[in-house]
Design a protein around this ligand. Structure first.
Ligand SMILES: Cc1cc2nc3c(=O)[nH]c(=O)nc-3n(C[C@H](O)[C@H](O)[C@H](O)COP(=O)(O)O)c2cc1C
Length: 198
């Protein structure tokens, strides 16, 4: 009996302590968006929040210094194509508080032109991931989208990389319950969050 209680206590402490070292950093664009109309919360933001609920991790929204237009999908397209062509590194307005405290970092982004938005590369170049576990996730319009997790992981130069996931934007936006189930099953494959000691 005592052994059983000790075991439960051990599990409790390992989960609650580990949640503190999980960061969910994401970029997401709301307003006029592809296939979902004018949205108040971006598709990737929705996924990031589900991951935060699943893991108990801390959310960090990557906010561009120069916001992308909220009222025009076409203008967002034009700006982002130019950034992609020039391999731009759009500036980020905010900084992750206490970055050092995190061991496991989820990095989320919408797929833009078969790539991550350039601001994600700004983020990856601004911090040192060499002792971190990185888990990329994305949302996209198409289910046959080119996955760029490998590219993102390489740019992060992380110590460990875990299999990422791509969720269809419309599903995240309008069928959140289904997205929750997919994300739950994906997170479950990681076991505990103390992944470095696996
Ligand atoms: C500038 C831009 C480029 C996009 N490029 C692609 C693409 O190459 N492939 C795709 O499947 N979806 C593409 N999309 C759709 C987004 O990936 C999709 O709507 C995503 O869920 C948006 O996430 P967000 O609301 O978090 O920004 C693009 C959207 C925008 C605004």
């Amino acid at each position: 009996m005592i052994k059983r209680y000790l075991f439960i206590l051990l599990i409790f402490f390992s989960i609650s302590a580990s949640a503190q070292n999980v960061l969910i950093a994401y970029f997401s664009h709301c307003g006029e968006n592809f296939g979902v109309g004018n949205i108040e919360e971006g598709n990737t933001a929705k996924v990031a929040k589900i991951i935060a609920k699943e893991t108990g991790g801390t959310l960090f929204e990557i906010v561009p210094e120069k916001p992308y237009p909220l009222d025009s999908y076409e203008r967002t397209c034009a700006i982002s194509i130019e950034e992609l062509t020039n391999k731009a590194r759009p500036a980020i307005l905010n900084k992750v508080p206490n970055f050092d405290q995190y061991d496991i970092i989820f990095i989320g982004y919408p797929i833009w032109w078969n790539d991550a938005p350039m601001i994600i590369y700004t983020f990856l170049e601004e911090y040192d991931f060499s002792k971190k576990t990185v888990i990329p996730f994305s949302t996209s319009a198409s289910k046959d989208v080119k996955r760029v997790e490998y590219k993102v992981a390489q740019a992060a130069n992380a110590e460990y990389v875990r299999n990422g996931i791509n969720i269809i934007g419309k599903l995240a936006q309008f069928r959140t319950y289904e997205a929750e189930e997919i994300i739950h099953n994906w997170i479950y494959t990681f076991g505990t969050f103390n992944m470095k000691n696996e």
